[in-house]
Design a protein around this ligand. Structure first.
Ligand SMILES: NC(=O)c1ccc[n+]([C@@H]2O[C@H](COP(=O)([O-])OP(=O)(O)OC[C@H]3O[C@@H](n4cnc5c(N)ncnc54)[C@H](O)[C@@H]3O)[C@@H](O)[C@H]2O)c1
Length: 327
């Protein structure tokens, strides 16, 4: 018996953002059709260490894989010079239960989370949207930008982070990587002024821009919050948006961006127009006019991880990537 070990670099080399977007499209459609088994994830709160461990199991019948990802998110890590999160994913063959691979899963998570916003942007943003604002110049923010640029080739990008130096490094790195004009915004208002697409990928627990700052017709992807009391988007913006989610149950359980406005009574559960998989499958409409605001909230699903991991394993076999270890 053997297991394949795949590093972050090998994962990046195995799949393009366009392919990742196709993988999450497949995952979200199957989630909405209730064809993937995605039990609610287990949160273990490690208050003493200001950390959370998320344990995310899934069975993906489409590609006959079982997976479990563990992602540990530690609030204080960035101050200690460590990444906010560490993650690993184990993949098993579903036909006989045998182990297949162990993947570095921080990169996997960032790619699939970027891909979710890429898919939502493709389905919901105005076709002529070309200016984006990214909130959060961290690990996720980079993949958010790459994914949005893959579906709406951008001509201008604003980056805003509460840490100016992080924004500056982001702009330098990503402008040469993606050949884009990236402007470091000094305020959230400046970042929003021209933006037609916004991605929020911060660790903030309160709204990162004021409702008055955004233009009509904008599309927003909010990926940062995954706890009921934490949010990035103001209630007033949520209340005047058409709302789309990755999965209703997960959003109502974890997404502070929706749970807080629900508690305030400014939206109801019926305000959630659709799961993104329903839009991707053509079962529900997306954007209805150029003037409306569309809002995609994702807390992240194990189905995205296994869909991406399955394709990465196929590519790894084709390209002879990774190291195989006897068990
Ligand atoms: N939805 C999902 O599927 C998903 C997946 C992975 C991570 N996440 C979440 O995404 C968030 C970002 O993760 P990361 O790995 O990029 O973290 P990170 O620490 O690398 O980056 C977060 C950035 O947000 C900035 N920030 C904090 N408050 C801000 C504010 N008010 N305005 C602007 N910037 C602000 C920080 O300075 C930092 O640069 C985390 O909360 C993480 O839990 C969500």
């Amino acid at each position: 018996m053997k297991i394949l070990l795949l590093s972050s670099e090998e994962i990046r080399g195995a799949i393009s953002m366009a392919e990742a977007i196709e993988a999450v499209r497949e995952a979200f459609i199957l989630v909405s059709k209730k064809k993937v088994i995605v039990p609610p994830r287990t949160h273990i709160d490690l208050e003493i260490h200001r950390g959370t461990s998320l344990i995310m199991p899934t069975y993906f019948p489409g590609r006959e894989k079982i997976g479990v990802k563990i992602i540990n998110l530690y609030e204080r890590n960035p101050q200690l010079g460590l990444p906010l999160s560490f993650a690993l994913m184990l993949v098993f063959e579903a036909r006989n239960g045998s182990p297949l691979a162990l993947l570095e899963a921080s990169t996997l998570t960032a790619i699939r989370t970027g891909a979710a916003s890429g898919l939502a942007t493709d389905l919901l943003a105005r076709k002529d949207a070309r200016v984006a604002a990214i909130f959060g110049a961290g690990f996720q923010g980079r993949y958010q930008l790459e994914a949005v640029n893959a579906v709406r080739p951008l001509y201008k990008v604003y980056i805003y982070d509460s840490d100016f130096e992080k924004s500056r490094i982001f702009a330098q790195e990503m402008s040469s990587k993606l050949n884009l004009d990236i402007i470091v915004a000094s305020t959230p208002e400046e970042a929003c002024k021209e933006a037609e697409i916004i991605c929020t990928a911060t660790t903030s627990s309160s709204p990162v821009f004021p409702d008055s700052a955004i233009k009509v017709g904008i599309h927003i992807n909010a990926i940062g919050s995954y706890k009921p009391h934490v949010r990035e988007i103001p209630s007033a913006t949520v209340a005047r948006s058409r709302i789309f989610v990755d999965q209703r149950e997960a959003a109502l359980e974890e997404a502070g961006d929706l749970i807080i406005p629900l508690k305030e009574g400014v939206i109801t559960e019926d305000s959630i127009v659709a799961e993104i998989g329903e839009v991707a499958a053509g079962e529900k409409p997306g954007r209805l006019s150029d003037e409306e605001i569309t809002f995609f909230k994702t807390v992240g699903l194990a189905a995205q991880d296994i869909a991406l991991a399955s394709r990465i394993l196929e590519a790894a076999e084709r390209l002879s990537l990774g190291h195989s270890f006897p068990l």
